[in-house]
Design a binder for this molecule. Structure first.
Ligand code: AMP
Length: 190
């Protein structure tokens, strides 16, 4: 399995798990949130567009995000496999991803769904807020991001479940323990 999505509510530990899984399987870790944050810090035009949405806990418009991912998936390192972290987040992005992958002649191998309790992740994010310096780590924005996730992104899991791609993993626990669960879920027969 080398072409994967990782999904879960904000604060579920997606970024940490995606980075270490990518290293274990030699795939590119593609985090749309990280790419946006890099652009914000370098004050590119993309960064200026993205920042206002990110600060409000809203999604960056699909056309902006889709174009960025299309470009990133076309780069050489993604040819050896990829873990998409934080994309797709809307049904429109699912359609675009299908189209990008069809154009590249490849298919998704699986979707890791990190399952965590909302109160637990809000508590985690409030803790992260004390040290992260992320401008979207304030209590109002944290709660709003959970609502947006449940309204817009959680429904994507049904789409991928229907395709038989989803592997649920309990996201609560130590980082290494969750990593072991992910490996086991990916190794298990589909
Ligand atoms: P993340 O680090 O994945 O939690 O993303 C941080 C923020 O970046 C999100 O709250 C959105 O504002 C923006 N973002 C990241 N990925 C996407 C996406 N696929 N679609 C729209 N906005 C996104």
């Amino acid at each position: 399995m080398s072409r994967l999505l990782i999904m879960g509510p904000p604060g579920a530990g997606k970024g940490t798990q995606a980075a270490s899984l990518a290293e274990r399987i030699g795939a590119a870790h593609i985090s749309t949130g990280d790419i946006f944050r890099e652009n914000v810090s370098q004050q590119t035009e993309l960064g200026r567009t993205a920042q206002q949405y990110m600060d409000a806990g809203e999604y960056v418009p699909d056309e902006v995000t889709n174009a960025m991912v299309r470009d990133r998936l076309g780069q050489d390192d993604a040819g050896n496999g990829f873990i998409l972290d934080g994309y797709p987040r809307t049904l429109d992005q699912v359609d675009t991803l299908d189209e990008i992958l069809a154009g590249l002649g490849v298919q998704l191998d699986g979707v890791v769904s990190l399952v965590v309790d909302t109160d637990e992740v809000v508590a985690r994010l409030l803790k992260r807020a004390e040290t992260s310096g992320r401008s979207d780590d304030t209590e109002d924005v944290i709660r709003h991001r959970q609502e947006v996730y449940h309204a817009e992104t959680a429904p994507l899991l049904s789409v991928y479940t229907e395709r038989g791609l989803v592997r649920e993993v309990d996201g609560l626990g130590e980082v290494d323990e969750v990593a072991r669960r992910i490996d086991a879920a990916l190794d298990a027969p589909g």
